[in-house]
Design a binder for this molecule. Structure first.
Ligand code: GRG
Length: 333
């Protein structure tokens, strides 16, 4: 795909995700207005909107049509992602003051409100995803989907079943067996020293690498898996296709996190919209400290190319999605 066409499509896809997200923002009203303002402050701070774009493109690749149901999940996944950033920036976690090019939520609204804004975003994500079920009953295209009432009833049931499946994947990948689990192991790994039993040598290095892969797969890749799997599920993809999507998204997520580790060393804080050098400052074990910058870059490329190749096993339109995965290899923000 030529660069100008890709850039235009990326701009359009990001604008679509932005428009959908804004249509689902909670209204800033009531006695609890302050916490809703804090939620919207973080949600409207920009960001690449990568997860909703991946959801939508996977939905399209698997033959999905119609924006209402998928749109609820696109907004929901960005809310979950944003809550994770809001909580990750808290003093008890990374203690960051700068994110997405502006001051972090806790720094502007105070720590207690920062915690509640994150909690609010996680909960509101599921409120938003659940709204999708309403479209199973209101949708015009169900009226045209079959001749008999039995066929229409079956179509509604199919859609509800897909929504239920999508919700359960979203909940699981964001939870203790996904992102929260990864973050917990990451926190436990911080400050692990030789005195804690991490003796130098091959065995310790293997152990460190195994632990780091667990963290990357859960903390970062799980939500990218959720985005793409939900897209496939809502479009009616088969179990076999969903497994392929899960594998593909796992590679994308690990590559994305390795690139994040690289950018923490080589990136520009203005371009990234957040501080750099924090891993070194916190003496954190990262893919770069384990493998070196050059090998890390090579692994990002190999993982991403493998993910892009997996997409070629799908018949549906995926030229832009494939290009997006390859584009992420060279991302600077
Ligand atoms: C607090 C439960 C909990 C989890 C936190 C996701 C996470 C776990 C922490 C955020 C910090 C971090 C390094 C996460 C890894 C994933 C990652 C690179 C997030 C940044 O995602 P981008 O680059 O951000 O897509 P934008 O701002 O563009 O949306």
């Amino acid at each position: 795909m030529e660069t100008m066409k890709f850039d235009r499509e990326l701009e359009e896809a990001t604008a679509m995700a932005e428009r959908i997200l804004r249509s689902h923002l909670p209204a800033e009203e009531g006695e609890q207005k302050r916490v809703i303002e804090a939620m919207n402050y973080s949600l409207t701070a920009g960001g690449k909107r990568l997860r909703p774009v991946l959801l939508w493109e996977t939905f399209r690749m698997c033959g999905g049509t119609g924006e209402e149901i998928a749109g609820c999940f696109m907004a929901a996944i960005e809310m979950i992602h944003t809550y994770s950033l809001v909580h990750d920036d808290l003093p008890a976690m990374d203690n960051d003051r700068y994110r997405r090019g502006r001051e972090t939520t806790w720094y502007v609204y105070g720590e207690a409100m920062g915690i509640l804004a994150g909690d609010g975003l996680l909960n509101y994500a599921f409120e938003t995803a659940l709204k999708s079920a309403e479209y199973c009953f209101e949708n015009d295209d169900i009226a045209n989907c079959g001749d008999s009432d039995a066929e229409k009833f079956q179509e509604k049931l199919n859609r509800l079943q897909r929504i239920w499946h999508a919700l359960s994947v979203l909940a699981q990948k964001a939870g203790i067996h996904g992102m929260i689990g990864g973050q917990a192991v990451d926190i436990m790994a911080e400050g692990q020293t030789e005195a804690d039993g991490m003796n130098p040598g091959d065995a310790a290095e293997n152990e460190a690498e195994k632990q780091l892969m667990f963290i990357h797969e859960h903390k970062t890749a799980a939500l990218i898996q959720a985005a793409m799997m939900v897209g496939g599920i809502l479009a009616g993809a088969s179990e076999e296709q969903i497994s392929k999507i899960e594998k593909c998204a796992c590679n994308i997520g690990i590559a994305f996190q390795i690139q994040d580790d690289i950018l923490d060393v080589t990136g520009d804080s203005k371009e990234l919209g957040k501080a750099t050098g924090s891993d070194a400052l916190n003496q954190k074990q990262t893919y770069v400290t384990l493998k070196g910058l050059e090998q890390a870059g090579k692994d990002v490329e190999a993982l991403s190319r493998e993910a892009a190749d997996l997409l070629d096993e799908f018949e549906g339109e995926h030229e832009f999605l494939k290009e997006l995965i390859l584009h992420l290899i060279y991302r600077r923000k």
